[in-house]
Write a new protein. Structure first.
Length: 156
């Protein structure tokens, strides 16, 4: 069996993530004028509509500074509003606007239309197995105590 980089799980997952990320970013930019990073923030807000930027950063495995920059872009497009947390003025609570939630739904639909046919081409049974396998891998990699572990079950 060939032992190239696509036989290495870490390389393969990272490579696929990068390629799918670039493709997703391009389709979202072209059709909605938002990038993948902004869409991911909107998805977190869809799951939990009143959270601190720190929580968003932890959920996405990003820095608070990068989330803050993206939130400023989302605010300029009237997709979210960020206000100081009344209990700690140094922290900010981010809330999606009605337009922000509409854009999130539109982006989800665009992603399904853009990638659904490609993903379904591998067959429904294999796709279900792949999703289950990735969910199991998530549970192992993101278990409590691990570096970068998350505290959510993939929004399920």
């Amino acid at each position: 069996m060939f032992m190239g980089p696509t036989n290495n799980l870490t390389y393969l997952v990272e490579h696929l993530s990068a390629v799918i990320g670039k493709q997703s970013d391009q389709v979202l930019q072209e059709q909605l004028g938002i990038g993948l990073s902004q869409f991911k923030i909107l998805m977190v807000l869809e799951w939990n509509p009143r959270v601190q930027q720190q929580t968003i950063a932890m959920s996405l495995g990003q820095t608070e500074a990068s989330i803050s920059r993206q939130i400023k872009l989302l605010e300029s497009k009237a997709l979210v509003s960020a206000r100081p947390d009344p209990q700690n003025r140094r922290k900010h609570i981010t809330v999606p606007t009605t337009l922000g939630m509409q854009i999130t739904e539109a982006a989800s639909s665009i992603m399904r239309r853009s990638f659904g046919p490609e993903y379904s081409s591998i067959g429904e049974d294999k796709l279900i197995q792949l999703i289950a396998g990735l969910q199991n891998l998530h549970d192992v990699v993101c278990r409590p105590g691990k570096l970068g572990a998350c505290d959510h079950p993939l929004g399920l």
